[in-house]
Design a protein around this ligand. Sequence first.
Ligand code: NAD
Length: 511
Amino acid sequence: MTASREEGLSAVATGVVPVPFWINGARVASRGVRLGAVMNPSTGEMIRSVPLAGAADVDVAVQSAAAAFPAWRDTTPLRRARVLTRFRELLEKHQKELAGLISEEHGKVFLDAMGSVQRGIEVVEFASGAPHLLKGAFSESVGRDVDSYSLLQPIGVCVGITPFNFPAMVPLWMFPVALACGNTFVLKPSEKDPSPAVRMGELLKEAGLPDGVFNVVHGDKEAVDALLHHPQVAAVSFVGSTPVARHIYAVAAAEGKRVQALGGAKNHAVVMPDADLPFAADAIIGAAYGSAGERCMAVSAVVAVADAGDALVRELAVRARALTVGPSLAEQVDMGPLVTREHLQKVGRYVDAGIADGAELVVDGRGVHVRGHENGFFLGPTLFDRVSAKMSIYTDEIFGPVLVVVRVSSLDEAIALVNDNPYGNGTALFTGSGAAARIFEHAIQVGMVGINVPIPVPMSFFSFGGWKQSLFGDLHVHGEEGVKFYTRTKAVTRRWTNAGAAGAFHMPSLG
Ligand code: NAD
């Protein structure tokens, strides 16, 4: 069966197996009737259907998480950490299986999918340090015979709403830390590739997680809005596009919930004339075209400084032309398809717009032919030179294998260009100069910065997050900021002697 996403929806009646919800430690069917199509982007075929939850389904999942909360909150951090340690072992054991599901439903190549699960496993490793992460502070003798200390306590039912491009890794940025801190969780993964989330629910149960602590519902805006308005949801973590992130932030905050909403990106790699250009080109090619450009940390704009431009574009073009495009689960493929036919068409329209706007099309990925996969959603690597900051191929997040080169005359001009961009997720500088690197890392208005590192994704023990329109909210995910997000602080001030001014009328003025 070959179908676009819309055609796939009408084919649901043919009995393609639905992906279940995961609620209270079991696979559960939806109570509703709305279904979506899960496609294999490499073949263009519909492979599963996905139930799209309504408010009733969402309520069952939230109630399950709310019921499980008191016992999980009162489970010691050490015991919670042991469950996560067993979960980490199971993720490693089933890494290939999860990566296979990701490759099948998302379209990224298998090794890339393996790497993404690995980055998720590292967050579980971090969260397994729960007893240490949850230590509060203690001050002896804040007053005479009086001590103060702080407790970090869980906040309740936490929700994760995640994008299609990392169906395992992005949820793993969230729920291991939330669970380690004693919260329970409802995950609403992308309806485009929902299977890894359910599989992780099963692995958590196998690891010893009590039923109801982790739940999965599928769906679209209707499910998300039901979660945002649900009175028993305490906190919302979102990762996805900027318009939806803004909506999530506004609605959840108005409901009085704690919220972190990570949005889209346009990540610049600035290349100085003193950089090692072949090294920079190798790094940029992987960062631009890996996962077909469907990464929030993909390099999508190169800023060539002074006379770096001509040589760099030559180096990039040779490498882009040499990439192998093919089905995600085939051997020796560099780049798989885009996630849906609609997305392929959208990215194609950007290529048309770039040409119409007068950019120089150096490598044209349109019309790429993958033998035996004629209905897959493929676009080859595409490279534009002499792009201006007004063109839509520069201003918009394309989220596909389209790399644009903007030429500027100085580092200052490059920094100003990056800082003027509304997004601020990641950026990189390629240079041989420590002085240039220092100026760049100090002045740049971006949350994650690489120096001769193209995709500067922080390790799990640092926090991940952008600035400006790449993040709405105060705290980044995982690392120390993740622990802050999933806990609230209580300050205790105590005295165990009856001597002193217990009944003083005035505010105490001296320690
Ligand atoms: P998306 O915003 O379309 O969807 C994200 C989630 O929101 C999904 O679960 C989806 O079901 C839900 N959703 C979609 N439309 C909604 C609406 N109108 N109301 C409520 N919920 C809605 O994003 P996507 O296409 O799945 O993912 C790609 C985007 O995610 C890109 O913009 C990418 O940059 C971004 N992203 C950002 C980061 C980051 O760390 N900043 C990481 C990964 C992806």
